[in-house]
Design a protein. Structure first.
Length: 97
């Protein structure tokens, strides 16, 4: 039987801080919210525009491992590869070694 997960097990520190502020009623509206939403929406849309093609050669072993990891994530391997590249070039890919 699954144990009930606590909030601290589901969220990182920043998310917990936001949750606590929400529950305490201390969150304040953002000035210029419509402009903020517009800016973030444009950035998100630009992130997903696929207007270039990249052809690479990799080893069969690496391709099989990439496909296996993508399957674990539940997404097509090409989408997974593009996501990895995006995370790397944007500085969000973390080395866990």
């Amino acid at each position: 039987m699954k144990a009930k997960m606590k909030a601290k097990d589901k969220f990182d520190d920043e998310e917990l801080e936001i949750l606590q502020a929400w529950e305490a009623g201390t969150l304040k509206p953002v000035n210029g919210l419509k402009d903020e939403i517009k800016t973030h929406r444009a950035a998100a849309q630009a992130t997903f525009i696929k207007d270039q093609r990249l052809n690479i050669r990799i080893s069969s072993r690496d391709l099989k491992n990439l496909q296996a990891r993508a399957l674990e994530e539940g997404i097509p391997y090409q989408t997974f590869a593009a996501s990895l590249l995006h995370k790397f070039v944007s500085g969000h890919l973390v080395n866990q070694r």
